[in-house]
Design a protein around this ligand. Structure first.
Ligand code: SF4
Length: 436
């Protein structure tokens, strides 16, 4: 989501005549788009803030803006480092604000008034896509779920869904400009809900399943991916739509967070491991029913937090057992760090860093074995790959199952679909030979 927001920031600043530079020493304006989901990301901004202070000491012209997900606690810490701290939702007014103020430092109170008086719809801003072949399209922002560890509802506010026609127009425009992969983004995509007037002026309610179907019906050769759904309200309609819509790739990130029911309750996730297991079963069966060949297999990745407050060894063992049972293709494992303002911040962070590290390593080692086995499914198969970049003489791309694929080929294939024969499977990637 932050990546997509950065593309909108770039558009606004270029509209003001700014040009992008990869050398921060040359910059007149520095914008830091912050993520608060993990403490490590916040720590990186602290590192940058100190660097900015040094740069500002050398150039009186340099101004720095902090935006993105900034918690109240971090706001007071960062305000001495940055000239302006502006919520991302105020983006439509940045031009007016910065121009009017000549990018002079604004006293805090007035900055606060400016921010509070805004009625914003920043997602309407046309983004400046970094890669035209793979584009991020936000369908909503914010979240109403309040998982006890998560800062998102505090920094992004309640769920706001974009009108379906605005999303559809952005998708059509991206495809016209050569997009081959559309990523639909939202903190919780399956809470998406909006209304759309039909030609007969009838108002139709568009949920996420219907939105997927409408995007799938847009003519063109492109893939549809989305992130992230919540397991608690994953409807049968959505499962069937995913499986039936051929442009939706057979890949799903389904955050589990913990494999222990008590911890899930403390996390305020509103599902049990049984619910999760049944959901995965249903998704796997439905793909088997509606897809052919390799597509019958749906790759599932997940997010896990280890060392949540009060997580006992026994409860962690439950996660290990469940993790082995579901057999994920990939997992993004994080060690718990308290986020300011969340319910979990008030709980005792009683799992030591050493123990969190131990749990992290255990799950990572299991993942490596399972992921390798999963990737072996693709051995000697011809798969379609969207080429993303060139690195150290190899091309790197992603398959429909969201596997990283490495192979030799010409740089001009970046942004194209190619066929690759898989010759080797590793835990986190496939190696192959270009065949077309
Ligand atoms: Fe955060 Fe996702 Fe939970 Fe919303 S659903 S509170 S974004 S973890």
């Amino acid at each position: 989501m932050n990546k997509s927001d950065s593309e909108r920031i770039a558009q606004v600043l270029e509209g003001m005549g700014y040009q992008k530079t990869s050398n921060e020493k040359e910059a007149d304006l520095l914008v830091v788009n912050m993520c608060s989901v993990r403490q490590s990301a916040v720590d990186r901004v602290y590192g940058m803030a100190k660097k900015i202070q040094t740069l500002k000491a050398k150039s009186y012209k340099l101004k720095a803006i902090l935006t993105g997900c900034v918690s109240k606690k971090d706001f007071s810490k960062f305000k001495n480092f940055f000239d302006f701290i502006l919520p991302i939702k105020t983006l439509p007014k940045w031009q007016e604000f910065l121009k009017k103020k000549g990018v002079h430092f604004l006293p805090n109170q007035r900055e606060k008034d400016f921010v509070e008086n805004l009625k914003c719809d920043y997602l309407k801003i046309k983004p400046k896509h970094e890669k035209s072949f793979s584009v991020f399209i936000p369908i909503s922002t914010g979240c109403d779920n309040f998982c006890s560890f998560c800062i998102v509802p505090f920094v992004r506010g309640p769920l706001i869904c974009r009108p379906a026609n605005e999303i559809l127009n952005e998708v059509k425009e991206a495809i016209k400009n050569g997009a081959k992969e559309i990523w639909l983004l939202g903190q919780n995509v399956n809470d998406y809900n909006s209304k759309l007037k039909s030609q007969k002026s009838k108002v139709n309610v568009i949920n996420f399943a219907r939105l997927l179907k409408m995007i799938n019906d847009i003519p063109g050769d492109f893939w549809i991916r989305f992130t992230s759904p919540h397991p608690k309200n994953f409807s049968n309609e959505l499962i069937e739509t995913m499986a039936k819509c051929q442009k939706v790739t057979p890949y799903l990130n389904l955050p589990l967070q913990s494999g222990d029911d008590e911890i899930l309750k403390k996390m305020n996730r509103n599902y049990t491991t049984k619910d999760y297991e049944n959901l995965v079963k249903k998704i796997r069966q439905t793909f088997k029913k509606y897809r052919k060949g390799l597509e019958k297999y749906v790759a599932i990745s997940t997010d896990i937090i280890v060392g949540f407050p009060g997580e006992t060894r026994k409860q962690f063992e439950n996660t290990v057992k469940f993790f082995k049972k579901i057999k994920f293709d990939m997992a993004y494992i994080a060690k718990f760090s308290p986020r300011p303002g969340t319910a979990a911040e008030k709980m005792k962070d009683d799992v030591s860093p050493k123990e969190k590290e131990r749990r992290y390593k255990i799950l990572t080692n299991i993942l490596k074995k399972i992921a390798k086995k999963k990737n072996e499914k693709f051995l000697n198969k011809e798969i379609e790959v969207l080429v993303e970049e060139e690195k150290n003489g190899f091309l790197l791309g992603k398959s429909r199952h969201f596997k990283t694929v490495k192979f030799k080929g010409e740089k001009n294939l970046i942004g194209e679909f190619v066929k690759v024969k898989v010759l080797k499977a590793e835990p986190f990637g496939l190696f192959g030979k270009l065949i077309k």
